[in-house]
Design a protein around this ligand. Structure first.
Ligand code: NAD
Length: 379
């Protein structure tokens, strides 16, 4: 646990049903004259979807804009370069991201190379950004990565197949919007994958070496909310209460890992995502029970507490047995929302494991994992 720390908070977050209608006025308040809307083709094509509702609010406020819809899942360097070109060709002055983590990270990446130099690979790491990004707002549509309020920007180098992270307080959007009504039509598989990402983003900071009392509270509440609502959000996507609780969990987990950092689940998931272009939430979920079982010897009492937080009855059990119940609960959650058990399902091949393991140990998320592993452990 850290005793002295700087604590990052999102600046302004609009939360709740219908808040998306406020974005036009906020754009005006921020003096945005021509924002670049950074999104993907799926969201752009949805009738009255998140992009259409964002543009309607900007139209009502008389704010001009240009739409870049070239974001790919696990956004690539080519995406941020194309987005930067559109920004400059159209004399934009600000950025509004609409979507899940991929849109937000593409928008952050665009802002980074607009003001901090064209080679984003040189900026991978912690607090590497010297200059502020252009004004940035984020409309979030998955629960989720929490990228709409974090200092992280995750980009994939399509040539090396390496996912890397630029971590800086300058990446935090000035304003973000979390309107659960934008998420009612998220398909089951995507709800499960993104919801599991939220679950992992509350569990890893709870056992991180960089945790503090404030992040502990955020993690506990986020885990309880996921336990209460993820299964229901997956099976009945139009349940507004379940969707709302998942958004709350997402925001709490995001604030927690913004400050306490993550661990080997994310360090390894980034390798699978980069190498096989696989969905981030699925990679995290498949790794979660395996990595956390490995982590138990470093802090068994934390895992015993996790079991209780997840609703398990640990009365009369030894610390180790209670800790094992936490792993069982994680596995049960994965099974209940239909996460595949094997990384073979995303095309992972044993011949890639050594290199991915080496890179996982260099990933920025590896350093706060509670147990220090070797390459062989990761393989
Ligand atoms: P995503 O943004 O890649 O979206 C996945 C798909 O879902 C896309 O096809 C998108 O069009 C669709 N979609 C999104 N919202 C929808 C909606 N409301 N209705 C219907 N379809 C919708 O998925 P994600 O899991 O949100 O983001 C993953 C990315 O975020 C990965 O690259 C991951 O590494 C990164 N990430 C970033 C952070 C951070 O803090 N910056 C944290 C965790 C993960």
């Amino acid at each position: 646990m850290k005793e002295n720390f700087d604590f990052l908070m999102p600046s302004v977050n609009f939360f709740g049903k219908g808040v998306i209608t406020k974005i036009g006025d906020r754009a005006k308040m921020l003096n945005m004259k021509k924002p670049l809307i950074v999104t993907d083709k799926v969201l752009e094509g949805m009738d009255n979807g998140p992009v259409a509702q964002t543009l309607a609010s900007l139209d009502a406020a008389g704010v001009d804009y240009v739409v870049f819809d070239g974001v790919e899942p696990n956004p690539k360097i080519r995406n941020i370069k194309a987005s930067k070109k559109m920004y400059l060709d159209n004399n934009c002055d600000s950025i509004i991201t609409v979507g899940g983590g991929s849109s937000h990270d593409c928008g952050k990446g665009t802002g980074i190379i607009l003001t901090n130099g064209d080679d984003i690979t040189k900026l991978a790491g912690i607090e590497t950004l010297e200059n502020p990004l252009p004004p940035l707002m984020a409309v979030n549509t998955t629960a989720g990565t929490a990228s709409e309020l974090t200092r992280h920007c995750v980009i994939t180098n399509e040539e090396t197949k390496l996912k890397f992270v630029v971590v800086s307080w300058r990446n935090i959007p000035l304003v973000s919007f979390n309107d659960p009504m934008l998420e009612l039509d998220v398909p089951k598989g995507l709800t499960a994958a993104t919801g599991m990402d939220t679950f992992v983003q509350a569990i890893e900071p709870y056992v991180s070496t960089n945790r503090n009392e404030i992040t502990d509270g955020q993690c506990v509440e986020a885990i309880k909310l996921v336990e209460e609502s993820l299964r229901e959000a997956v099976s009945n996507g139009h349940n507004v209460e379940a969707r709302t609780k998942m958004v709350e969990a997402e925001m709490l987990g995001g604030m927690a890992f913004n400050n306490a950092d993550l661990g080997y689940v994310h360090a390894m998931a980034h390798q699978l995502g980069g190498q096989y272009d696989a969905p981030h939430g699925v990679c995290c979920a498949m790794l979660l029970p395996i990595v956390e079982k490995y982590n138990i010897p470093a802090c068994p009492e934390r895992f015993a507490e996790l079991a209780k937080i997840m609703g398990e009855n640990t009365d009369g059990l030894s610390t180790r047995d209670a800790a094992d119940l936490a792993i069982k609960a994680m596995r049960q959650m994965c099974d209940d929302v239909n996460i595949p058990r094997s990384i073979k399902s995303i095309g992972a091949k044993p011949e890639d494991f050594e290199l991915m393991a080496e890179n996982a140990l260099k990933d920025g998320n590896a350093f706060s994992n509670p147990r220090k592993g070797t390459k062989e452990d990761i393989v």
